[in-house]
Design a protein around this ligand. Structure first.
Ligand SMILES: [Zn+2]
Length: 384
């Protein structure tokens, strides 16, 4: 198979030959001006390391099935995603075991086409403090427990690739070291750790700040808070929810200037309400509103209860807000994930790498997904 279009990184016309799931050859032809209407852009497939569900299916729900997960995978393809990392948040021991097993079965199913890279466990080892805990249920929050985690790893068929935790909890630092030894990417999330503890966690091997600027209390001390040390720490890549609600433009610009494109990954943190009609919904016993703009908010507490906009909207938004190039915006939602998560088969566009592509138009800074290719196979085409 050959695909042709404007290469996202330099706008040059490119023809990419794909054979048996991998990139075989890349041929350049004449350079063109900035994409005009209907110009197709070829980019590496989008990667999202934090998806909680979609369109009525939540990976933490009790009646999860392989078919339900597969449905979300197919829907994610329509959004330009070629790799997802289904995320389970703080839940009961029983539910985590059960759902990790279901997710693991889905990962191995040929029907998921290799789109599930592994799983992200966000919690249950997070701060019990209101504000920092976010929407995670307090009754299931607990301290890191390596034996318990081994049970999750086993249920997941060894496919937990990222753990988000609060480093100030008892036992967190040795837990981080154990994860790193097993090749699991550790990120700091929903925590209220001091600068010293953050440094200890990074020394132990933590590499990501999960949704930096969120999972944090609304009111914080201006000098001693969780943001400064994570911004100052060069070894921490920031994951950012750039949906236009979770972070202000000034936060996005600041994070982008401090971290730089190479040390940012965009994340959707999308939940099951995404894709549904605007309105009021019961979300884990809490009444929340999904607005027509895509914000999910508890009107009483004013807290967000997850996000609903897909990753490509974040790519549009960060480009719009920071003025960064299309290449940078796409890389933050694609190759950067592959690199930090160690997905070396898809961390670059080079011969021999897995053929994961998204083809889209960019008109008035709006992305329209036309085609998604996973492992050399067209899994979504707008015309069909
Ligand atoms: Zn979170």
């Amino acid at each position: 198979m050959k695909i042709n279009g404007h290469y996202y990184a330099n706008n040059m016309e490119v023809t990419i030959e794909i054979d048996e799931g991998v990139i075989k050859d890349i041929n350049w032809s004449k350079p063109e001006g900035y994409p005009q209407k209907e110009d197709l852009i070829i980019a590496p497939g989008f990667i999202d390391n934090q998806v909680n569900g979609y369109n009525g299916v939540e990976y933490c729900q009790e009646d999860l099935t392989v078919d339900k997960v597969l449905k979300t995978v197919r829907e994610f393809w329509t959004l330009g995603l070629t790799t997802i990392v289904p995320t389970l948040i703080t839940s009961s021991h029983k539910l985590l075991l059960n759902n990790l097993k279901i997710l693991s079965e889905t990962l191995q199913s040929p029907q998921s086409a290799g789109s599930i890279a592994g799983f992200h466990l966000e919690g249950p080892y997070i701060s019990p403090q209101d504000g920092y805990r976010g929407a995670h249920p307090l009754k299931f929050v607990r301290n890191p427990n390596w034996d318990e985690f081994q049970q999750y790893m086993e249920a997941a068929g060894g496919h937990i690739i990222q753990v988000s935790l609060a480093p100030e909890l008892d036992g967190a630092i040795p837990f981080i070291k154990n994860c790193v030894k097993q090749g699991i990417v550790v990120s700091l999330a929903h925590h209220n750790a001091s600068a010293n503890v953050i440094k200890e966690a990074v020394d132990a091997g933590a590499v990501i700040s999960t949704h930096l600027g969120n999972g944090c209390a609304n009111s914080i001390n201006r000098r001693e808070n969780v943001l400064w040390p994570q911004l100052a720490e060069e070894r921490l890549t920031a994951s950012m929810i750039c949906d236009g609600f979770h972070l202000t433009p000034a936060q996005i610009i600041t994070f982008y200037k401090v971290k730089g494109c190479d040390n940012i990954i965009l994340t959707s943190d999308i939940v099951h309400l995404a894709g549904l009609a605007p309105g009021f919904y019961d979300y884990s016993g809490e009444m929340v509103e999904l607005t027509k703009e895509g914000m999910i908010v508890n009107r009483e507490t004013k807290n967000f209860a997850g996000a609903s906009l897909p990753l490509y909207k974040g790519i549009e938004h960060i480009k719009n807000v920071t003025g960064c190039s299309l290449k940078e915006a796409v890389d933050m939602g694609s190759l950067n994930h592959a690199r930090i998560l160690g997905l070396t088969d898809r961390d670059n566009i080079l011969p021999g790498k897995r053929a994961d592509f998204v083809i889209f138009t960019l008109i008035d800074n709006k992305i329209e997904i036309k085609k998604t290719i996973v492992d050399g196979r067209v899994v979504y085409s707008k015309e069909n």
